[in-house]
Ligand binder design. Structure first.
Ligand code: TNX
Length: 553
């Protein structure tokens, strides 16, 4: 039996094999040309060259049709049907994306060598068991956050990351592009953001505050053409990229580049030197000031971002914004009085609102962290619940659409086991089993409230992932579990999931993914020199409860 992952709504196999041979046609209507080309390329490079042909085209007459791709009016968006019998392989989808997901499922029915980049056997055919699959996703927001700010991911590796997402039918990449430790996207009108903000002199190795630094510069950024390329590449794989520019906290890289955005930096006697791009992790005190010019600066930044990213959602952060500098700064207090802002928390809400309104005015939806619910974000704002599920419940009750990414189920920077060899143990224990128990709908939500849960996402914060190889280790196989939770309309037992995963890992092997082995880290995946800072479940729960107490449910 073949293991499919994510688990389809229904699947049945029957006796018999269809043999897909070199030279066979992949027949598709014009609307499905992109998917036909994608499938032909995937199977072709693994050694079975197929030929895409238009449905009804003459040239089809002299070719056996191996695969037929069609759009089916009776299926909803993203749903597909896959039928394999003696006549060949038929994939129909409710839309182009549905057909693409059917094609992804087909690859899993083929021998795992289809996931290699070139032929490894002198056989120009692959056999497919007779089968029937009916499938449709549970959620429309099947996301992953990738933090390219803490550690930059080179473009080539990001494209590979997108391919792996598509294989798991994840459809939304939340790109965390800016933070205290780096600014990773070119902004043409403000070049210093990447010239200065795009690199730091060294990095902390291990959890803050006490881990040592490595003395090694780190940097990198995507040019606007890189971004256009990445967005188009993702779109071909039915993945929407949602950019995030984090304001008004997590802004030290921007302030390092343009000190006039910060607090207490000026030419009077009280001026302090501009901060450098942060070299340590954790929450930093530097925040944006409340000047009109600073708001305008970020309106301009978001305008360029919205021109680059066609996404319906635009991330503005809003998380972890310390208010001490605002409280202590006379000019900020003066601005607060002038703007009728009573408290420093109100100052954060005010700043977020200036940018949120700018996003809404351009027909997009603001997207930010659950700290936004400590205030009242504009209607239409989408809230990501990260400090457990409290933000998700509070959000839906107040009429907001939410995305679930509770840290205790979906933070893939947390340690995968209690094994003393686990690299840089950090946060609570988040095993594969834990990720598979992730449930995006808050337990107490009514059916109407549940409809406001757009879906969920895993978050890959990269403080402790200094290379794409390490991202592989933290992401896989836990991301396989989360992908299944977000896609599948039925939940298997963890044991049944694990059994399918064993087969699925052979696919990841063929692709060269350096996932965490079920037996633990390989010797070179360990970091014995870094102490880490594991928390027990109790310590972690206490920590989160204190953080999230500002949100009323
Ligand atoms: C909290 S989640 C953060 C990130 C860190 C992460 C580490 C969120 C909105 N903020 O800045 O990288 O914890 O686990």
């Amino acid at each position: 039996m073949i293991s499919l992952l994510p688990l389809p709504q229904s699947v049945s196999f029957s006796d018999g094999l269809f043999v897909l041979r070199a030279g066979m046609a992949v027949e598709a209507c014009t609307e499905l040309e992109r998917v036909a080309t994608w499938l032909t390329t995937a199977v072709g490079r693994a050694g079975v060259p197929l030929t895409p042909v238009s449905a009804g085209e003459e040239s089809r007459a002299n070719r056996a049709v191996g695969v037929r791709l069609t759009v089916a009016e009776d299926l909803p968006a993203e749903a597909y049907r896959l039928d394999v019998d003696a006549n060949g392989i038929g994939i129909s989808g409710g839309d182009e994306a549905g057909v693409f997901y059917g094609a992804q499922a087909l690859l899993q029915l083929l021998p795992e060598r289809v996931f290699r980049s070139a032929a490894v056997a002198d056989v120009e055919s692959m056999s497919v068991p007779f089968s029937q699959i009916r499938d449709e996703p549970r959620f429309g927001w099947r996301g992953v956050l990738l933090d390219v700010a803490r550690h930059f991911m080179p473009k080539h590796d990001l494209l590979r990351f997108i391919d792996l997402m598509a294989m798991h039918r994840l459809n939304l990449l939340h790109l965390h592009l800016t933070d205290d430790q780096g600014w990773r996207v070119e902004i043409v009108s403000r070049p210093r953001l990447t010239e200065i903000g795009g690199w730091r002199v060294e990095s902390q190795v291990g959890p803050p505050p006490h881990s040592p630094a490595n003395g090694r510069p780190h940097g990198g950024f995507y040019t606007q053409d890189d971004i256009r390329e990445i967005v188009a590449y993702a779109r071909q794989r039915f993945i929407e990229i949602v950019p995030e520019i984090d304001i008004p906290g997590h802004s030290r890289a921007a302030i390092a580049a343009y000190p006039e955005l910060g607090i207490g930096v000026g030419d009077d006697a009280s001026a302090t030197p501009a901060p450098a791009v942060a070299t340590t992790w954790g929450v930093h005190a530097e925040v944006l000031n409340l000047e009109d010019s600073t708001v305008q600066f970020f309106r301009d930044v978001f305008t360029e971002i919205m021109d680059l990213f066609p996404s319906a959602y635009i991330g503005l952060g809003g998380d972890e914004c310390p208010t001490d500098l605002w409280r202590e700064d006379a000019r900020t207090q003066e601005l607060m009085r002038a703007r009728g802002i009573a408290t420093e928390d109100g100052a954060r809400e005010w700043f977020v609102e200036q940018i949120a309104e700018h996003i809404i005015a351009r027909g997009r939806r603001p997207y930010g962290w659950d700290e936004l619910l400590e205030g009242t974000p504009p209607p239409g704002t989408v809230v990501a619940s990260w400090r457990g599920m409290r933000g998700a419940l509070a959000g839906v009750r107040r009429g907001y659409d939410v995305v679930a990414c509770p840290d205790d189920k979906a933070y893939l920077d947390y340690r995968q086991s209690d094994d003393p060899d686990e690299p840089i143990p950090f946060g609570a224990l988040l095993s594969l089993r834990d990720t598979y128990s992730f449930e995006p709908i808050p337990a107490d939500a009514t059916p109407e409230e549940a409809r406001r849960v757009l879906g969920g996402q895993a978050n890959l914060w990269t403080e402790h992932m200094d290379s794409p190889r390490t991202v592989d280790y933290y992401a896989y196989p836990r991301l396989c579990a989360i992908a299944e939770v977000l896609w599948s309309r039925r939940r298997a037992t963890f044991e049944a999931f694990s059994a399918r995963l064993d087969d699925h890992l052979r696919r990841l092997d063929a692709l060269g993914v350096e996932y965490r082995r079920p037996t633990g880290p390989l010797p070179w995946q360990r970091r014995p020199e870094v102490e880490g800072q594991p928390l027990t479940a109790e310590q972690h729960a206490e920590h989160v409860a204190a953080l999230v107490s500002g949100i009323a449910v």
